[in-house]
Design a protein around this ligand. Structure first.
Ligand code: RB5
Length: 142
């Protein structure tokens, strides 16, 4: 499993923490920036970079973050091959995978503590898509 990570300045801290969690899980990742929390950047630019990388490996996953997680998840979902879920707890992380086959997980860097972020990442990457009726619904996206 490979994970691409991207954030704006508001999501930088959670992106850095997500790398620690992925290290603990033994999941490899590629950090696509941004590289600090002090320089203001535009989250759609980082959603686009992540989208281009996911196009090269449609079996890969992504983690994106901005201040709230709202802007970057909206921007990521403009790209047809992305199903991005903004998750605030373990239940939304589990169902985003099981029912929505989400391939990108979004966080708000100013919203959650590290313990919750860790639980969400562990749950997201250990839950399989259930397929069946959920597959039929996802196919209707396009
Ligand atoms: C940047 O300050 C902030 O607007 C952005 O990170 C995000 O929260 C937007 O949805």
């Amino acid at each position: 499993m490979k994970v691409f990570l991207a954030s704006d300045h508001g999501g930088f801290c959670v992106k850095e923490y997500a790398k620690q969690v992925l290290d603990d899980l033994g999941i490899s990742y590629v950090d696509l920036g941004t590289n600090n929390a002090s320089q203001s950047v535009d989250y759609p630019d980082f959603a686009l970079i992540l989208s281009e990388h996911l196009k090269t490996d449609l079996n890969a996953f992504g983690i994106v973050a901005c201040g709230t997680g709202i802007g970057i998840s909206m921007a990521a979902n403009r790209h047809k091959h992305i199903r991005c879920a903004l998750c605030h707890d373990q239940t939304s992380a589990r169902l985003a995978r099981a029912h929505n086959n989400a391939n990108v997980l979004a966080f708000g860097g100013r919203m959650l503590g590290n313990a919750v972020i860790q639980d969400i990442i562990k749950t997201f990457f250990s839950t399989e898509f259930e397929g069946g009726r959920h597959e039929r619904r996802i196919l209707k996206f396009s």
